[in-house]
Write a new protein. Sequence first.
Length: 244
Amino acid sequence: DPRNSAVEQPTTSAAEHAPTQPFVIGVAGGAASGKTPVCDLIIEQLHDQRVVLVNQDSFYYNLTAEELTKVHEYNFDHPDAFDTEQLLRAMEKLKHGQAVDIPKYDFKSYKNDVFPARRVNPSDVIILEGILIFHDPRVRDLMSMKIFVDTDADVRLARRIRRDTVQKGRDINTVLDQYSKFVKPAFDDFILPTKKYADVIIPRGGDNHVAIDLIVQHIRTKLGQHDLCKIYPNLYVIHSTFQI
Ligand code: C5P
């Protein structure tokens, strides 16, 4: 019976085509644009899935002793401030189902080895958040969905002043100097040009519940297709048998 032989000797099956790797979402945008609230809301709405958040900040290079003496001349908004090779290695491991230790960056000491690293287990969804995660094509290629959080510059600056003075204990003049010298030019030169890679642009960040609902719906659809292939790995064979 040709139908039986089709079932017994499948040349391909849905399992081979199935997206067995996690769904990777990139969330980019200027500093203090509202990336973190967007990620938190996505995670909250996907509470029944295994979701992990990886922040590009964790991959800031440690400053040398010399750089530390003139920290106000250091550009933390330039792509070279990040160890992208280490980020790529960590993401590759997670994509292939391996746990990975991710450093926790300390904004006060400018070091990534003050706090213990965080063990991140493989998950169904990985959210990668950071100002420059769309800059390197190899990092972009890891993503199934790219989101750019688009918030006005005055709102970002106001939030930054509040955050850096209150949470990081910095002086307001230092914050404003860093903004005009590095943050604003780097936004224009490196961050804004990556907006063109986004699949979705969210105005107003975490306040935009409609956008977040739509994004979560899309992720659920993609994960649903994935689950179906995991439960019925021979779905493709059954389907093709019926067509004979
Ligand atoms: O979390 P968020 O995306 O806001 O972090 C990025 C910002 O953190 C950058 O604009 C950079 O200037 C700032 N930063 C800093 N001090 C550091 C490291 C990063 O102000 N030591």
